[in-house]
Design a protein. Structure first.
Lengths: 221, 340
């Protein structure tokens, strides 16, 4: 079971696509204007990553090494097309909001990066799990980033949730007359907030390392 | 970045910053006389916020607090914010702007001497993008409310401002020229609006003179050199003059450009920021001329009423490049580094 725990820890924290590897920045910055948008695109990416890792790992012994990149891209493109059509059919309003960013999952470098770095060298089951956990780690960051930006920008949380779960409403967290810090919704807000999230992760890591060092010293002394 | 000889009386940051604050006093006095004492509340709010934000960030970063707090640089940023924001803006607008300037633009980049962008102008740009309506409400000059009413406007949430506030002259001119359906000329816009005075806005001439006076004193005290203010004002005046001569009914006069908005404040107090502006003499000329060109373009064709803040930030980005290409030759060497 050890390998699955490692994969989970890597995806969610240690090698998190958004705050550790800083990969796939285009959708991370552009679509994280609200928690719902971020989580929706994150889950779509996670689904594509799990399936593309699965297919690539299963086919890895039949793909000539020299042309592996175009083959991987073809696999990803086919899967993204399927996800794109499915979202258009089942979540049409959300599909209109996310727009071009769903087809653009093809070019999201984290998808190809996980195939190249993990799926091309591992068995099908762990590769599928790796794709999924990396996608979930990305989704978590997109959700937090979107939530912060939305809260600062509009005073609400989960606006647009009715596009995913009909009959629900956005949460009005801050008072109704909150003026709305528009910059948080605009691109500069995405860059600044993501920078703070990366700094926060590094700070927690540094603190954990210090605590571990402090705990280890007396044992050796 | 200058040539030898390097003999020079070392001037402490504290003295420089104190002199900048003194140089701002004439304009502050003009403000109080024309617009009422509300500006003093904003100055106090911004100063307290800047010092508190700076102290908190220095503590988080593990730096000594007292030497950095007492250098006065946070106060200069705070005063510039208080003077560039509308004087009756609600307290949280000033506080949020100052915190952004000190915490994000200054301290997150490494504190005094490390920030590539002018903190006060970055705060202004962020706030005018986030709250365009609040940042454009300037009180009408010459009819100040009494102090308690101003205090209520700043501290209370009451925003019944339409009766006492209006657009700045630059804003009024831009809107007048742009947004009426039929073709208009500058004369027709200006004649119908009591906001316009002799040179720029009515009453603003005095505040602009205050900045000019303070700026000239700073130059006399050798806190700033002549390069940046002269290049900025000359280039802005020249471009405005050329277009005004070519089409006087569509482009405002150079006097109007120099006497409105942030032109004079920018020329002497903002562009001359020793940290975020160019450091070589020729670089300063290029830097200020670029800022003047951008200011005129943004004012004449842009979506925002004044362009000084944005042009300062855009030129800040270019400073490393400007400094690299305008290095003066080392003493005893010819231009280009060859030995004489």
């Amino acid at each position: 079971m050890g390998i699955y725990q490692d994969i989970t820890r890597n995806g969610m924290w240690k090698q998190n696509p958004a705050v550790a590897q800083i990969l796939g920045m285009c959708p991370v910055l552009a679509i994280s204007t609200s928690a719902v948008n971020g989580i929706s695109l994150g889950l779509a990416t996670a689904l594509v990553m799990a399936l593309s890792n699965m297919c690539s790992a299963a086919l890895r012994n039949f793909i000539p090494y020299e042309i592996r990149i175009p083959v991987f891209i073809l696999i990803i493109a086919a899967l993204v097309t399927a996800v794109d059509l499915a979202m258009n059919a089942y979540f049409h309003t959300l599909y209109l909001v996310l727009g071009i960013f769903i087809p653009l999952i093809v070019t999201n470098c984290i998808v190809l990066a996980r195939i190249e770095a993990f799926a091309a060298k591992n068995e099908t089951a762990p590769a599928t799990f790796d794709g999924w956990m990396m996608g979930v780690g990305l989704t978590a960051v997109l959700g937090v980033l979107g939530g912060i930006r939305e809260l600062l920008g509009t005073g609400q949380l989960f606006s647009g949730i009715e596009m995913v779960i009909p009959g629900t409403h956005a949460l009005q967290v801050l008072p109704e007359d909150y003026p709305g810090f528009l910059v948080a919704i605009l691109p500069p807000g995405a860059f600044i907030t993501l920078g703070l999230l990366v700094a926060g992760k590094n700070w927690l890591d540094a603190r954990a390392a210090r605590a571990a060092a402090a705990a280890a010293t007396p044992a050796h002394a | 970045m200058n040539n030898s000889p390097y003999f020079r009386k070392p001037t402490s940051i504290q003295v420089i910053m104190f002199k900048v604050l003194v140089a701002l006093l004439p304009a502050v006095a003009a403000y109080v006389w024309l617009l009422g004492a509300g500006i003093l509340v904003n100055v106090a709010l911004a100063s307290i916020t800047a010092l508190a934000g700076e102290a908190a960030m220095l503590k988080v970063r593990g730096r000594p607090i007292t030497p950095f707090l007492s250098d006065g640089s946070a106060l200069v940023t705070a005063w510039l914010i208080a003077l560039t924001f509308p004087p009756l803006s609600p307290w949280w607008l000033t506080v949020a702007g100052t915190l952004f300037a000190v915490v994000v633009v200054k301290q997150l980049y490494g504190g005094l001497g490390q920030n590539p962008f002018n903190p006060a102008m970055a705060a202004f740009a962020v706030m005018i993008v986030a709250f365009p309506a609040l940042m454009s409400q300037w009180p009408s000059v010459g009819h100040p409310l009494d102090f308690s009413a101003q205090l209520k406007l700043i501290l209370g949430g009451l925003r019944e401002l339409d009766a006492i506030t209006g657009a700045t002259p630059l804003d009024a001119l831009r809107t007048g020229l742009r947004e009426s359906g039929h073709p208009v000329t500058i004369t027709s816009v200006m004649n119908g609006n009591p906001a316009f005075g002799m040179a720029g806005g009515k009453g603003w001439e005095l505040i602009v003179l205050g900045y000019l006076l303070g700026g000239l004193w700073l130059w006399q005290q050798k806190v700033i050199t002549w390069h940046i203010p002269l290049a900025f004002l000359a280039v802005l005046g020249a471009i405005a003059g050329i277009f005004h001569l070519a089409s006087p009914e569509h482009f405002a006069s150079p006097l109007f450009h120099l006497a409105s908005g942030g032109a004079m404040l920018g020329a002497f107090f903002i562009l001359t920021d020793p940290i975020s502006s160019a450091t070589t003499p020729r670089g300063k000329l290029v830097f200020a001329a670029g800022a003047a060109l951008l200011t005129w373009i943004i004012r004449s064709f842009g979506a925002y009423p004044d362009g000084v803040a944005f042009s300062v930030l855009l030129m800040n980005i270019l400073v490393p490049l400007i400094d690299m290409y305008t290095q003066p030759p080392i003493f005893g060497h010819k231009e280009g580094g060859q030995k004489q």
